[in-house]
Design a protein around this ligand. Structure first.
Ligand code: L34
Length: 284
């Protein structure tokens, strides 16, 4: 029987802390502002962006949504980013991914001012994370670490296996575990002996993007299992990258989907936006 780590509860705590700090900033005349850009009408992105706006309202931030049609050109999108880079009331800029195929995600990420890059996707922020000297951490991996910390789980010396090597989750996730002295292995589609490597994990992070990919026979007895995936199963129900039913009895800790890492992503975005507002206003 695993202990279920509730991202719902931990994220509410993080948001409450951000709200308190936001009130202190307001007393100094500073209101943190987040701009969220969404292009096209991907239904999952719409849900996530709505959740981000809700969280902004809850913690006391100003949020601006820029919902652009799917036909938006690269030039139009870059012009919007440039406008937001120069808008003092906006402290954080986030362009919800994925973008429609004809748009160049890399160019858009590069265009966002690193000081306002609350996703921490800009190469200069990625580089800072690599050397362990950063302002912002990418929201999803940071949210996973927050869940780990909330349970007092020790990373140092543990075998940590990350399945998935995306720039958004897998790679930075591995780096954060490494910063806490984990022994980290990154697995991906070309990995041989995936099952055996996963079986060696004391801490297993699934960021594959395949429903119920992690089965019980891939998990060591007593492992900590952190599920980053958000998929739909054969019945259209939300599910993670972990086969929860199968894996839960073997794990010592497990995160559910929904209500696990997803809400943490948003809570960490609030943290980053608060930090951005402080830095841009010279508040310690
Ligand atoms: N630029 N693009 C950018 N930044 C991000 O940090 C993201 N991500 C990922 C997709 N694209 C992005 C998100 O916001 C994934 N993601 C995200 C955000 C919120 C939730 C899930 C993923 C979330 O709220 N999950 C809820 C359930 C949502 C539902 O009902 O579908 C949960 O409980 O897991």
């Amino acid at each position: 029987m695993a202990k279920v780590i509730s991202g719902k509860e931990v994220s509410a705590k993080v948001r409450a802390e951000v709200k308190t700090e936001c009130e202190q900033l307001k007393a100094q005349g500073i209101i943190p502002g987040l701009a969220v850009i969404i292009v096209g009408d991907d239904p999952a992105s719409r849900v996530y962006v709505n959740n981000k706006k809700k969280a902004c309202a809850e913690v006391g931030f100003v949020s601006e949504e820029y919902a652009l049609p799917a036909e938006t050109t690269q030039e139009e999108l870059l012009a919007l980013v440039e406008k937001l880079n120069n808008k003092p009331e906006i402290n954080g800029i986030l362009c919800q991914l994925p973008l429609p195929k004809h748009l160049d995600e890399k160019a858009v990420i590069n265009a966002i001012s690193p000081l306002k890059d609350v996703d921490a996707f800009h190469p200069s922020n990625v580089g800072k994370i690599m050397i362990g000297d950063y302002h912002f951490l990418p929201c999803t991996p940071a949210g996973v670490m927050e869940l780990v910390h909330s349970e007092g789980i020790e990373v140092s010396g543990k075998n940590c296996v990350v399945i998935g090597r995306s720039n958004i989750v897998g790679k930075p996730m591995a780096m954060l575990l490494l910063h806490e002295n984990g022994t980290v292995t990154i697995c991906h589609s070309r990995t041989k002996n995936l099952k055996e490597i996963c079986q060696s994990a004391d801490i297993l992070v699934a960021a594959v993007g395949k429903p119920k990919f992690v089965k019980a026979d891939m998990v060591k007895e007593g492992a900590v299992v952190l599920d980053v995936g958000i998929n739909r199963d054969e019945n259209g129900k939300l599910c993670g990258d972990v086969d929860y039913q199968e894996v839960e009895p073997k794990a010592s800790y497990i995160t559910p989907v929904p209500g696990g890492v997803g809400p943490m992503t948003i809570a960490m975005l609030m943290k980053n936006t608060l930090k951005a507002a402080k830095i841009q206003n010279g508040v310690k």
